[in-house]
Write a protein that binds this ligand. Structure first.
Ligand code: CA
Ligand code: CA
Ligand code: CA
Length: 328
């Protein structure tokens, strides 16, 4: 009608378009250019759709993972604290990954935690949790926790009641994560059938966006509590007990904890009951001492972490393969 050739739409392929207002930047080969650039920000959070990981959610813009989007960190616990026990460091073995979601102001609005429980080298019924360095009231909601017993008291927002800092109990009874287990242990005796891991996914939303550094340090003070005794907590060395820890156990049997000096969850020989290995953890066969499996663990622990900082690596002479579960 207007004398302009009508080209069928099917001619345009691979993103090519026909429109008079299309933006074409000025370049050496096109010194005139065309139109003006348009930025689409559907959720109006200040981050353009093409850069916004959540283009339809104004509270979310970016993802961050710890230790990595494709990898897990590892935690392992001994569960006879305050006694050493057999020190095979497989009583609870789990992998974790934190997925932090932040908004356009780079403030954290949501934390997603994946906990993969791999091995239970004991018969006690232990629970697992972690703690942020912000008040319980900073949390809006918690979902995905697994409670089997009538042990954990929670606030309306899903954090644990009676805690000044936001504390999330992921599960209250590790044995019940493996309902089909008929053996005494889970994945610590090489001769027994290997059981599928349990994966627990927890989502925490904050009532107000939080500065990442205010939440604390990865992996956010993880801990177990032993055999349905909520106060019998075991944390990583130099980490603080929660408000519900039974302080009367400190300094008893093999433990040398003194919270006022910050020296917590270590023995008189500087030995811990919890391990954090950000690159993952190969653990000993049931009742095999960690010191037999890893030649330089005790030198590392007794030096206060100064010698053999890479004691867990698979370097020549570092490990004794026969001492590991399924020679992993
Ligand atoms: Ca946006
Ligand atoms: Ca967004
Ligand atoms: Ca064990």
């Amino acid at each position: 009608m207007d004398g302009v050739e009508n080209i069928p739409a099917s001619v345009y392929r691979d993103g090519a378009k026909e429109e008079c207002s299309l933006y074409i930047p000025v370049t050496a080969c096109n010194p005139e250019g065309n139109g003006i650039i348009t930025i689409v920000d559907t959720d109006n959070d200040g981050v353009a759709d093409e850069l916004d990981k959540y283009p339809n959610d104004p509270n979310k813009a970016e993802d961050f993972y710890y230790p990595n989007e494709d990898r897990y960190g590892a935690l392992a616990f001994e569960d006879l604290w305050p006694a050493y026990g057999d020190y095979d460091f497989n009583d609870l073995v789990l992998d974790y990954r934190y997925h932090i979601v932040s908004n356009a102001d780079n403030l954290v609005t949501e934390v997603n935690v994946t906990v993969v429980t791999k091995a239970l080298g004991g018969s006690l019924h232990n629970g697992f949790g972690f703690q942020f360095n912000v008040p319980s009231s900073a949390v809006a909601s918690v979902s995905g926790t697994k409670y089997f017993n009538n042990l954990i008291n929670t606030n309306a927002n899903g954090t644990e009641a009676g805690q000044s800092k936001a504390t999330i109990i992921a599960f209250d009874d590790d044995q019940k994560l493996f309902p089909n287990n008929s053996a005494a242990f889970v994945n610590t005796v090489s001769a027994n059938p290997h059981l599928d891991y349990d994966t627990t996914r927890i989502q925490i939303s904050f009532s107000q966006p939080q500065r990442g550094e205010d939440l604390g340090i990865f992996p956010f003070n993880p801990f177990i509590f032993i055999d349905q005794n909520r106060g019998r907590e075991v944390h990583l060395p130099a980490n603080a007990p929660t408000d519900l820890a039974d302080v009367s156990l400190f300094g008893t049997v093999d433990d040398n904890t003194n919270p006022s000096s910050g020296n917590t969850y270590k023995s008189k020989d500087n030995v811990p009951w919890a391990l954090h290995l950000v690159k993952g953890y190969s653990y000993p066969e049931e009742r095999v001492d960690l010191n037999a499996a890893y030649n330089y663990f005790s030198a590392w622990a007794q030096s206060g972490g100064q010698s053999f900082k890479d004691w867990y690596e698979a370097e020549p002479g570092y490990r004794n393969a026969i001492d590991f579960y399924q020679n992993q």
